[in-house]
Design a protein around this ligand. Structure first.
Ligand code: ZN
Length: 269
């Protein structure tokens, strides 16, 4: 599934379309996670893109009189092609046509979505989201305050999008390992020092994944449109039964809130 770093890399790859005029949108299949509005073609015709940005895992196209909200779902990806290119792939659902090029949205599993809205900040998918993990608002005091009032385990708290956005299952396990915190530790038992380590590790791991993404940008333009998953070094995720990289005990796997969770019981308490 595309996580925050993959979405950020995707955004950077299409950033050059900012200020360009969106000539038209072509929808080949409206049946995404939510049905694409029938008015989208008419409402977006010949509008300039004022801004292209990311919020959580949404890519936002700010047009002159409205905004588009794109989510890549489980298997969505974008690729750039020449405007007159006639080569299509199965599952190419939407085309954003510009003067010389087009952006094609491909999504085999169709869990992605495209919404149109005149009030982006109050959109139901946006308004309840917590702060961005890479912003200054996500800091030790903020996290400690959330933890103090919560009896849920820290991994579940970290993955709740109302608390902070974009920390998916892999990154949560890895950030907790770097912070030496057990994923099932009750949130209100965390110290401010642990919250400091956890916010710093979360930022560190997301930033290194985004940095790796920069090197895969070339793939983004390839015909198959497959951005691939970033090759960051995983210390615990998917490593059940293997040696911990810091001590010599074995990595354990447990299920937390229905999600596979990996940790080292020696290093994390
Ligand atoms: Zn260990």
């Amino acid at each position: 599934m595309p996580e925050l770093p993959e979405v950020e890399t995707t955004l950077r790859a299409i950033k050059k379309f900012q200020r360009q005029q969106l000539i038209e949108i072509k929808v080949n299949n409206r049946n995404l996670r939510w049905k694409v509005a029938k008015s989208i073609e008419i409402d977006t015709k010949n509008q300039r893109i004022l801004n292209l940005k990311r919020r959580a895992k949404y890519i936002i196209f700010e047009l002159e009189s409205l905004s588009l909200l794109l989510h890549l779902g489980m298997s969505g990806s974008l690729r750039i092609a020449k405007r007159d290119e006639n080569y299509f792939l199965k599952h190419d659902h939407i085309e954003f046509i510009f003067e010389n090029e087009k952006i094609i949205y491909n999504d085999p599993r169709r869990f992605g979505s495209l919404h149109i809205t005149r009030d982006i900040n109050n959109h139901n998918l946006i308004r309840f989201l917590g702060p961005e993990p890479l912003s200054k608002s996500f800091n030790n005091k903020y996290l400690f305050n959330l933890c103090t009032n919560s009896k849920t385990n820290i991994k579940t708290l970290l993955m709740n999008q109302k608390n902070v956005v974009g920390i998916g299952n892999i990154y949560a396990s890895e950030a907790l390992f770097l912070s030496k915190i057990n994923p099932v530790k009750q949130s209100n038992k965390l110290t401010i020092e642990e919250c400091k380590r956890l916010t710093a590790s979360s930022k560190k791991i997301l930033n290194s994944a985004i940095k790796c993404g920069g090197t895969t940008l070339k793939d983004f333009y390839s015909a198959d449109g497959n951005a691939g998953y970033f090759k960051i070094k995983l210390n615990v995720y998917g490593r059940e039964g293997l040696d911990c990289s810091k001590c010599n005990s074995k990595i354990k796997k447990v299920t937390v809130n229905n999600r596979a969770t990996f940790y080292c019981s020696q290093c994390q308490s």
